[in-house]
Design a protein around this ligand. Sequence first.
Ligand code: GLU
Length: 191
Amino acid sequence: MCGIVGYYGPKDPKDVIVGGLKRLEYRGYDSAGVAILDGPKNDQHFKVVRAEGKLGELAKKLETVSFTGHLGIGHTRWATHGVPSERNAHPHTVDGVSLVHNGIIENYQDIKADLAREGAVFSSDTDSELVAHLLARKVKETGDLFKAVELVLPMLTGAYSILAVWEKQPDVMVAFKNGPPLIVGVGEKRW
Ligand code: GLU
C-alpha cells in the first residue's frame, strides 16, 4: 500500500508532486522518489531523485534540484518485494519509460524469468520494475505508451494502480489499475 501522484501542467511539477505525496505519506514511508522531465525543450529525459526513509529525506534532496519539464510522477513506498532502500524506491525507469506502482504483481516470478531469458538487466528487486521493462519493450514496437499499456495489461496478474510516462511523449501520462483506487483530476484552464 503506497501513495502515487502524477502531474502534467503549467505549475512546477516538483511542488505539486511533493505536495501530493505529503498528503499520502501515511500510505508508505520506507522510501520515496520522483521522476520529472528535464532538459532542453526537444530533448527531455526523466531526472529521477529517490531517497530511503521518510518523505522529508526526499524533500531535502530535492531542495537543490530543479526541472525544466512539466510532466512527472512520484511515490511513497511500503515495500512488498525487495527491502526498503534507494535501489528499490520508485519510480523505476527503463529506456525512458518511468513508472510508479501501488500494489503487487502476483505473477512477477514468471515475468522476471521471461525477461531474464531475453537478457534484461534488473536494477531493483521489485515486482514493479518488471512492468517498466515490459512497457519499454512495447513502446519500442508501437511508438505509443497507451498502446504499450494495452499490450502489457493482459500479462499482469495482481492488484495494482500504476502511473506510467515515456520521455518520447512528454504530454502523455497513462494510469491503469486493477483494484486499488486511483483519482484523475482535470483542472480548468490547465493543459
Ligand atoms: N510492490 C511494490 C514494491 O514493493 C509496490 C509496493 C507499494 O505499494 O508501495 O515496490
